[in-house]
Design a protein around this ligand. Structure first.
Ligand SMILES: Nc1ncnc2c1ncn2[C@@H]1O[C@H](COP(=O)(O)OP(=O)(O)OP(=O)(O)O)[C@@H](O)[C@H]1O
Ligand SMILES: [Mg+2]
Length: 431
């Protein structure tokens, strides 16, 4: 009789493990975060034969645990409900990174009875396990009241811990997948917006000016026969309009920042610019670009990028260089950009003439932009000896900004305008 009982118990155990394995495989394949969270709770309820279950996600920005899924026991009303991450049995499991079995819930000082009261549900026994990814708590999985009305035991804990381990990894993956998708959508939207703005600006600005120029040209054509002297005067006027159009197009090019600069910052944008140049130009570009963990202020990134872009374009256009060296470093609150080429150089003293009379405004623009961020631009050149452009911009501590924050608990009601409060729970102190 006992032997038959043991065999039955073993068979049940194997069946449970198989169910667990199947569930784990299904979870790993699910990339939709909401569906995945639902499935995790359904699986949890099933493996330990509980009558209700819920999944709480840790919101690091408010240090709350938020109910993402609640099944059974009228739990739908709980979705989105928040409680401090260091409170309750769930909070204990997360903070201590250990499972919590509670057989007499009401006698446990950690029990957060407010929820039972609000739902009119009677929790008698409870099992809560932390969702951990590489030692970091991301939430808590809870099951309530076994269907058999027996208390949860060690085997239930082991099963739920095994499930939680698989679930946590699947949740992390689904979040990463969502982040990548959202980032892609954001970039697509941004590109679309930039394209629309540009089309409008071209339409309202240079396109209008060009049609005015064409009309003016027809007028001048007629005048050439009737009144050549007046035609000469009109040509002078026309040149003014053409110069203004050119100026407008140039400033548009300056404003047109690559999307990668907006989304991933200066170093990434420079890398992609340099790679593009390498594809179309024979000169060797030696780029030494420091990697930083924090972003520079947008204005500095924009100006820096534009100056480097213009300097490299100049090398490509005028220098006939074999090599160009680009170095961007950030030391002791100073951003330094060095661009040097081994090309033909030029006569610096001719610059003013070039700027004033021939409308070459690239270098002038570079200097003006540098001044806008209290920077300094030094240009050294000599015919036959190459050209060097050095840009320095002072950075104070408050000028750098953190990486853009990622709301990686996703899919939940958010209230995340504040940074994490570092000391409220033990798990904050882990790196
Ligand atoms: N790296 C360089 N090597 C050789 N000559 C250069 C270099 N950079 C600039 N120059 C010279 O300085 C002049 C002024 O450069 P600047 O960038 O102001 O005007 P541009 O490139 O001619 O026109 P744009 O206004 O389109 O920039 C150039 O016309 C060129 O003669
Ligand atoms: Mg130029």
């Amino acid at each position: 009789m006992t032997q038959a009982k043991d065999t039955l118990a073993q068979q049940n155990h194997i069946a449970t493990l198989l169910t667990l394995q199947e569930i784990a495989q299904n979870l790993a394949a699910e990339l939709n975060l909401e569906t995945l969270l639902e499935r995790v709770v359904e699986a949890a309820v099933k493996v330990v034969q509980a009558s209700a279950g819920s999944l709480l996600v840790w919101d690091p920005w408010n240090n709350d645990l938020v109910f993402a899924v609640a099944k059974g026991g009228g739990g739908d009303a709980l979705i989105g409900h928040r409680m401090p991450a260091y409170k309750g049995i769930a909070g204990w499991a997360l903070t201590n990174q250990q499972p919590a079995i509670v057989t007499k819930v009401r006698q446990d000082p950690r029990f957060f009875g407010a929820i039972d009261e609000s739902l009119g549900y009677h929790t008698s026994s409870l099992l809560a396990v932390p969702l951990l990814v590489k030692g970091e708590g991301i939430g808590v999985l809870e099951v309530l009241n076994k269907a058999s009305e027996e208390p949860f035991d060690q085997e239930d804990t082991d099963l739920l811990m095994a499930l939680a381990g698989q679930a946590a990894v699947a949740i992390k993956n689904a979040r990463l997948y969502r982040q990548v998708r959202e980032e892609r959508d954001r970039i697509v939207d941004l590109e679309e917006q930039v394209r629309k703005d540009l089309a409008r600006e071209i339409h309202d600005g240079p396109a209008q000016m060009l049609s005015a120029i064409i009309m003016h040209l027809s007028f001048i054509e007629e005048l050439l026969v009737r009144d050549p002297e007046q035609a000469g005067k009109e040509i002078v006027l026309l040149r003014g309009t053409a110069s203004a159009a050119l100026q407008e197009i140039r400033s548009m090019i300056f404003e047109l920042r690559p999307v990668v600069l907006q989304t991933r910052g200066l170093t990434a944008a420079l890398r992609s610019f340099v790679n593009r140049l390498r594809e179309v130009d024979d000169m060797t570009i030696h780029a030494e670009l420091e990697e930083w963990t924090s972003r520079l202020p947008t204005k500095i990134e924009d100006i820096c990028f534009a100056i480097i872009q213009e300097a490299l374009t100049n090398v490509k256009k005028h220098a006939e260089a074999r090599n160009v060296w680009l170095q961007v470093t950030r030391q002791n609150d100073l951003l330094t950009v060095n661009i040097r080429d081994d090309g033909r150089g030029f006569e610096i003293s001719r610059l003013e003439v070039l700027e004033a009379q021939e409308g070459h405004l690239g270098l002038l623009n570079m200097r003006e932009r540098a001044e806008m961020v209290d920077g300094e631009l030094v240009i050294r050149a000599q015919p036959g000896w190459g050209t060097r452009v050095v840009l320095t911009i002072p950075l104070s501590d408050n000028q750098t900004v953190g990486r853009s924050r990622v709301t990686d608990y996703l899919g939940l009601p958010q209230n995340n305008s504040r940074p994490p409060k570092q000391k409220q729970a033990k798990f904050y102190q882990r790196s």
